[in-house]
Design a binder for this molecule. Structure first.
Ligand code: XMP
Length: 519
């Protein structure tokens, strides 16, 4: 077990987990608890510093989230971020008001020239740097005892501190990658101000997870849904290390896979991991249940439920030496936070099938060892477990598969079109060396028809949208700047090689405001 160095109180921000993640990058073991955690529980963890996260509420709203204010008497440094800052300002007698205009996106942070010895949070940083803003309230008047440390073009009091009480507060989000020096600011807070130690790493995580999985499962068998993606492959490998033959790894072909995916996954598991995979063809069942369903959330729920139905049926087949009690999934933190925040209140964006989509009637106990990790941390874990790089560097593929990349209802004709277009796109990316330069790339079938002309004939066919994004954790992403020549050959090849497609468009939306998938 690790000693908690920094504890984050979560007020429901979409970015809360990123705070922990950034700090863990610097080796600082950080945990997250909801903002209403009791003082006793906080004290029991004995952290060296506290961070109050952002959140969607307004501090002056009647039902605003308020932590136990005695946290300020614990004698440890506190850093407030966005809502966390507004709470601090309000609590200590400052004034928080609605900002004239919501400030969203990049801003230039200008340090106000304090001596970096007395102001260690900005030690070693440039006087001006880009930070990420996302707020609709602002601190108009700072409390007594606080000083202004930095401003931005639109926001006064962008960073404030009370050095005597060791309380710091930022209006911007240092935890998102768009904040150029944000990681260093968090590191300064944790290491220089709180004195946190920097000894946490993936090897320790792997060791403690393996021990935890052994203890949790006792002699029981664990069914692990394997998709061939990085997450579930890492979970299967971790479990295989922990419980060996008690792992029942099941790969469900739901008919919503990419071209040639099933064979590729079977081969990968056999050749690289030596884990005997059980393949189940359930495509008829999934497609029958999805027939005529257009609503994205309904599709996700149906897929989630059908997965469980298939898993339960499979589990019955492999229970000779005791029933399979557990279901292991490769759920990641971004899946969790965007469905329902486990550790505090946050808004629902979409129900990822392996989180919000699981039915209540399910008989399994869930095991989700990656639930608090980000994609790149999972890859690190995979490396630690000795998995080959080509398995770890595969692009993420969502559990609901191509169903959420076909706008409207899902049928075999559309699946066939999308599989073919997607295969061409991926082939072009591999050939050009761009596959490894982007986080994720795929086609979306828009089910929008348009008029075209091919070989002197009028066409009235479907549209494929090509999407490629760069990201480090999938929480935020930017559309990839693929070269125009590459886009040109992708478009030409898709239209020439996939009958039924006469138009190709490129998605130039980042996340936020978009999401990576279209549904
Ligand atoms: P969004 O679309 O939410 O996607 O920006 C973020 C990342 O999550 C993947 N994704 C899923 N993964 N089950 C999964 O296992 C799901 O239901 C699901 N939905 C989205 C998406 O491909 C991207 O990498």
């Amino acid at each position: 077990m690790h000693r908690v160095e920094i504890l984050v109180l979560d007020f429901g921000s979409q970015y809360t987990q990123l705070i922990a993640r950034r700090l863990r990058e610097y080796g600082v073991y950080t945990e997250i608890v909801p903002y209403f955690e009791t003082l006793e529980a906080v004290r029991a963890k004995n952290p060296k510093g506290l961070i109050l996260s952002g959140g969607p509420a307004s501090v002056y709203a009647p039902d605003a989230y308020k932590p136990d204010s005695r946290i300020f008497d614990l004698g440890i440094p506190v850093l407030g971020i966005c809502y966390g800052m507004q709470y601090i300002a309000d609590f200590f007698g400052g004034r928080v008001v609605p900002a004239c205009a919501q400030e969203y996106g990049k801003a230039t942070l200008e340090l106000l020239g304090q001596d970096t010895e007395t102001n260690p949070i900005f030690r070693g940083l440039k006087p001006k740097s880009i930070v990420w803003m996302s707020h609709s309230d602002k601190v108009e008047v700072i409390p007594k005892g606080f000083v202004e440390l930095a401003k931005s073009g639109n926001t006064q009091n962008c960073a404030i501190a009370d050095f005597a009480r060791q309380i710091y507060a930022f209006q911007f989000h240092p935890e998102v990658v768009q904040s150029e020096c944000g990681g260093e600011m968090l590191q300064n807070f944790a290491v220089k101000i709180c004195g946190a130690s920097t000894t946490w790493d993936m090897r320790r995580f792997a060791q403690s997870e393996i021990a935890k999985l052994r203890e949790m499962t006792a002699d029981g068998k664990v069914l692990c849904g394997v998709s061939g993606g990085v997450d579930s492959s890492v979970v299967a490998t971790l479990l295989y290390r922990a419980i060996g033959e008690r792992l029942v790894p099941v790969f469900v072909d739901h008919g919503l896979l990419r071209f040639g995916e099933r064979e590729a996954v079977e081969k990968m598991f056999q050749e690289n991991l030596g884990i005997p995979l059980i393949s189940v063809d359930a495509s008829e069942l999934f497609l029958a249940k999805l027939a005529g369903v257009k609503d994205p959330e309904k599709k996700r729920k149906i897929i989630g439920e059908t997965f469980i139905e298939v898993f339960e049926k499979e589990a019955k087949k492999y229970h000779q030496n005791g029933a399979i009690k557990f279901l292991a999934q490769g759920t990641l933190y971004p899946d969790v936070i965007e469905s329902v925040s486990v550790k505090g209140p946050s808004k629902t964006i979409k129900s990822h099938h392996n989180v919000g989509g699981l039915p209540e009637w399910m008989n399994f106990e869930l095991i989700e060892p990656l639930r608090e990790l980000f994609k790149d941390e999972v890859r690190q874990l995979g490396r630690e477990l000795g998995m080959p790089e080509h398995m770890l560097m595969r692009h993420p593929f969502p559990g609901p598969g191509l169903a959420i990349r076909i706008m409207g209802d899902v049928n075999r004709t559309d699946l066939d079109l999308l599989q073919k277009a997607d295969a061409v796109f991926l082939d072009e990316l591999h050939k050009s060396g761009y596959y490894d330069k982007v986080w994720q790339a795929f086609c979306v079938l828009l089910n929008v028809k348009s008029v075209g002309v091919m070989g002197d004939n009028r066409t009235y066919d479907n549209t494929i949208c090509v999407r490629a994004v760069v990201a480090t954790d999938g929480m935020t992403a930017s559309f990839a700047h693929l070269p125009h020549e590459l886009l040109e050959s992708i478009s030409t090849r898709i239209i020439n090689e996939v009958a039924g497609i006469n138009r190709v468009v490129y998605d130039i939306t980042s996340k936020p405001p978009g999401t990576i998938e279209w549904e």
